[in-house]
Structures are given as structure tokens and as C-alpha cells.
Design a protein around this ligand. Structure first.
Ligand SMILES: O=c1ccn([C@@H]2O[C@H](COP(=O)(O)O)[C@@H](O)[C@H]2O)c(=O)[nH]1
Length: 243
């Protein structure tokens, strides 16, 4: 999916805004952006209406609702979400093997019933806002962070998922172990000129692509910039160096 594409086509912009009006203003301000991510904030506010808006503009959609529940519940959620005909859909790997398998089957069923292409189902390995220290001391996970991320990715792969969301710092290792056909989608991407904010494990756009990411998810460096078009242009230019 990702590797043959021009580098700037591999940037997914996170539409983390509170309402439909702000979302449409950004989409229209950045016509070059082809792939948008709708997450918890916007989807909770607008529901599926924002997906229709994006589709009417022929945009690709990453529906990032990060499902995490018992198998029956995540399966139901994936079945429903797949009917929207989105390109990517997320579930937490921590939901466990049974939930991941049930979600995979349900997404296929939901899409088939609606007559749309099934989404690529990808699992969150470990949120990019979590540091190694937090993993050990707050979450009490007795593994080194790269090993934990790898275990979550392998669980997702064994359960039939199409790929994972991971930090750019783990991409090279996951690419080597999980192979070229496994989608690696990276948030936590920060150009040198942008603030890190709550992201703890980040690399620059060029570094993340070189490390092996299929897609980069970038939100605030673009969407909260004084001039979002200029921020997009700077990122696109950075990526031409690795295209
Ligand atoms: O591990 C994860 C999983 C998802 N995200 C999402 O990506 C964007 C990043 O936005 P920025 O403004 O560039 O930080 C955001 O929508 C998160 O929900 C993530 O950051 N890390």
C-alpha cells in the first residue's frame, strides 16, 4: 500500500478538531492532502457525517477509534465501522488475541454486507505518548519497550491484522521482523521545527520514512500551525529528499 507511493502521499493528517465546521475549513484549506485521520474527538462530535464529507471530496480515510473491549463488542464495532468504507481502522493490540481475530472477521463481514472494500485493520502496539519509564513504572510491563512493541505487533500479525500503529523509533525493528507486506503506520512524527507536545517517542518525517514507515500520521505540526499550508509544504519538501 505505502511503498510505491510518492512520499507526500504517505502523510495522513490528523483532523483533531472539535467540530464539523473546523474540520471542513481545514480540509478545504489543504486541498493537497489526500489522506485524513478522523479520531475520537471529531467522530464523537460529528458521527459519520464527517466521513461522508471526506468521501464527497474523494479523500482517503483513517478512522482511528482505537477499539479496546471484549471480543464480542470490538467485533460489533468493527462490523459497523467497516460499513463506512474507510481505508484504515484501529483496535488496541491489548484487546487480546480473541478480540483481534473477531475484529478481523467482523470488519470483513461488515464491508461485504455494505458492498464496500474492507478497511485495513491495524493494531495499536503502544501509544506514542508512553515513554519507556511510564511503561515500566506506571503500566508495570516487565519488558523493554522495543520488545513489548514487537510482541504486540507479532500478536496482531498472528491474529490476521493488516498492520500496526507504532512509533517511528520501533519501525525498523518491526519492518525487519514482520516483513514488507505488514503495514506500519507511524504517529509521533515531528519535524525539527515543531513542538513535541505529549509525544514521547518521535522522529522527523524523513527519518520515519527512511526507517521503513508506510504512512506517517501528523496532526498539530500542520493543523495548529499559523499557516497550515506552509507547514504542509515544508513537510512535503522534507520528504522529497527521501522519495
Ligand atoms: O500511538 C498513537 C496512536 C495514535 N495517535 C494519534 O495520532 C495523532 C497524532 O497527532 P499529533 O498532533 O501529530 O501528535 C493523534 O490523532 C493521535 O490520536 C498517536 O499520536 N499515537
Amino acid at each position: 500500500m505505502g511503498n510505491g507511493e510518492q512520499a507526500e502521499q504517505r502523510v495522513i493528517v490528523a483532523l483533531d478538531v472539535p467540530d464539523e465546521q473546523s474540520a471542513i475549513a481545514l480540509i478545504d484549506q489543504l486541498p493537497q492532502v489526500n489522506f485524513w485521520k478522523v479520531g475520537l474527538e471529531l467522530f464523537t462530535s460529528t458521527g459519520p457525517k464527517i466521513l461522508e464529507e471526506l468521501k464527497s471530496r474523494q479523500k482517503r480515510i483513517f478512522l482511528d477509534l482505537k477499539f479496546d473491549d471484549i471480543p464480542n463488542t470490538v467485533a460489533g464495532a468493527c462490523r459497523s465501522a467497516a460499513r463506512y468504507g474507510v481505508d484504515l481502522l484501529t483496535i488496541h493490540a491489548t484487546a487480546g488475541r480473541d478480540a483481534l481475530k473477531a475484529a478481523t472477521e467482523a470488519a470483513q463481514e461488515g464491508a461485504a454486507k455494505a458492498g464496500v472494500q474492507p478497511p485495513k485493520l491495524i493494531a495499536i502496539t503502544l501509544l506514542t505518548s508512553i515513554s519507556a519509564r511510564q511503561l515500566a513504572f506506571d503500566l508495570k510491563i516487565p519488558l523493554e519497550l522495543p520488545e513489548y512493541a514487537l510482541e504486540m505487533a507479532l500478536l496482531a500479525q498472528e491474529s490476521g491484522l493488516d498492520g500496526v500503529v507504532c512509533s517511528p523509533l520501533e519501525v525498523a525493528q518491526l519492518r525487519q521482523t514482520c516483513g514488507d507486506d505488514f503495514l506500519l503506520v507511524c504517529p509521533g512524527v515531528r519535524p525539527t521545527w515543531a513542538e513535541k507536545g505529549d509525544q514521547k517517542r518521535s522522529l522527523t518525517p524523513a527519518q520515519a520514512i527512511i526507517a521503513g514507515a508506510d504512512y506517517l500520521v501528523i496532526g498539530r505540526p500542520i493543523t495548529t500551525a499559523t499557516e497550515p499550508e506552509l507547514a504542509w509544504k515544508r513537510i512535503s519538501e522534507e520528504l522529497t529528499t527521501v522519495a
